[in-house]
Write a protein that binds this ligand. Structure first.
Ligand code: NAP
Length: 429
């Protein structure tokens, strides 16, 4: 027997529009597999006159968003608006009204996750957000449920398709950062304002969610160290390839005896690491733990189709739980834990310097590193006329020490330019 579930949708853009079309076009297949049909009762949007990719029946659309939640026929709320405001208060109101919520909004979950999860727990309803990280890649459920029995050590993700596309272009076609960004915009990978992608902010929200679920300690987006790809040059990408690395924007979530650290920054990834081969707009998440050793999840991290599939999975899950009639316990509990300040995290650095090609310069540079307690792993040098390019890769040292070494380099007269600094992905804790 089929059971119909009344849906209230907040937002009908790229993902929401695709979702409604799928609910109509794939209704029979979904019903055959799950015994469920989804009846979209209300859709909240900003612009009532905008064309939609689905039939708009009388009274379906509203710009009075509270109507979506308050409609007595709405049993499940799907939030696909994005942003913090008004999405946050609407999701909270739906949960407080005892309605299950499915959301794809990483920004909201990273900012108000504990409050919303607590509201869902009080009401005994599911609050699911599989699509918030990795688009179509199943990663939230594996982390919070399937791997709940594993003591995860580290999660490393390529969680922003735009920046991975840009870095792949720079690497494979020797394109400049600016030209690669232009290509990403032309192909629709980058927004007209790509700041959230290239600055790492989008990846930082996803990193906060991944770390929180992996370690069971809440990590807010404000706890994530974040550096974007704006300063990565074509020269760095070319040097990386020469030395056996690919440059990737990584979200790194790590647990050591000292606590949990979470960061987003460009990194030199050894070519033999599975993440080095993730090309274009593809996303991937690599999980390490003592029993599972390592797992790789990879696939389309965005786009209406893949993201709508993740949202649909959550809707089916939430509908099943609701129909079972039980009070739903949260899928993960968070306990207090130590968050390690990034300056105390151990990292390995790659640095590209331009120096006066004079005797004794190398000794001065080595002295700067030594005084900061950083030892050098390798140095490569190439001289052109009176200048030399120097590539220095350091051994593991705390960020504090690495930064101190960097400051001392700036104070050396013969150092003309510190071209760039990129962290190297090491073996982990
Ligand atoms: P989108 O295309 O910009 O659509 C947003 C929708 O929400 C639009 O229908 C818009 O109404 C409505 N909306 C936004 N603010 C509103 C407001 N203040 N009042 C009323 N309606 C409002 O966004 P999207 O790409 O579908 O993304 C939706 C969510 O999914 C976001 O949280 C995003 O991070 C997440 N997500 C997206 C992708 C992806 O590939 N796009 C992947 C993973 C996760 P109008 O249509 O009237 O303008």
């Amino acid at each position: 027997m089929e059971r119909s579930i009344g849906i209230g949708l907040l937002g009908a853009g790229t993902v929401g529009g695709t979702l409604v079309s799928r609910l109509i076009g794939d209704a029979d297949a979904i019903a055959a597999k799950t015994g469920l049909t989804f009846d979209v009762r209300k859709v909240g949007v900003r612009d009532l006159a905008k064309e939609r990719p689905f039939p708009v029946t009388d009274g379906l659309l509203t710009d009075r968003l509270r109507e979506v939640i308050d409609d007595p026929g709405v049993e499940l709320v799907v939030e696909l608006m994005g942003g913090l405001d008004p999405a946050g208060d609407l999701v909270l109101a739906a949960l407080e009204a005892g309605k299950p919520v499915v959301s794809a909004n990483k920004e909201l979950i990273a900012a108000r996750g504990p409050e919303l999860i607590a509201a869902a727990e009080r009401s005994g309803v599911p609050f699911l957000f599989e699509a918030a990280v990795g688009g179509g890649i199943p990663i939230i459920r594996p982390l919070s449920e399937t791997l709940a029995g594993e003591t995860i050590d580290r999660v490393i993700g390529i969680v922003n398709g735009t920046t991975n596309f840009i870095l792949t272009e720079m690497s494979e076609n020797a394109t400049s950062y600016e030209a690669a960004l232009e290509a990403a915009t032309e192909l629709g990978y980058a927004e007209s304002d790509p700041t959230a992608d290239v600055s790492g902010a989008d990846a930082a929200a996803k990193a906060a969610i991944l770390a929180s679920l992996a370690f069971g300690t809440w990590v807010g987006v404000e706890d994530v160290f974040c550096e974007g790809i704006e300063a990565v040059s074509a020269a760095d990408v070319a040097f990386a390839a020469e030395f056996g690395y690919a440059v990737k924007l990584l979200a790194v979530c790590e647990r050591t005896d000292a606590g949990v650290s979470t960061r987003v920054h460009p990194a030199m990834v050894p070519l033999e690491h599975p993440l080095a081969s993730i090309r274009g707009a593809t996303n991937a998440i690599f999980i390490e733990g003592p029993a599972i050793e390592s797992l790789l999840f990879a696939g389309p991290g965005a786009g209406g189709g893949p993201t709508a599939t993740a949202v649909l999975g959550d809707m089916i899950d939430a509908a099943r739980e609701t129909l079972a009639g039980a009070q739903v316990a949260p899928r993960i509990r968070f306990s207090p834990g130590e968050l390690v300040d990034f300056t105390e995290v151990f990292t390995e650095w790659y640095m590209r310097l331009v120096v006066d090609d004079k005797p004794g310069v190398l000794a001065k540079i080595a002295g700067g590193f030594g005084d900061a307690g950083v030892s050098i792993k390798s140095v490569w040098q190439e001289g052109v006329n009176t200048e030399a390019t120097l590539i220095v890769v350091t051994h593991l040292a705390t960020e504090r020490s690495q930064r101190e070494a960097l400051r001392s380099l700036h104070a050396i007269d013969e150092v003309i330019e510190v071209g760039s600094v990129i962290r190297v992905l090491g073996d982990g804790p």
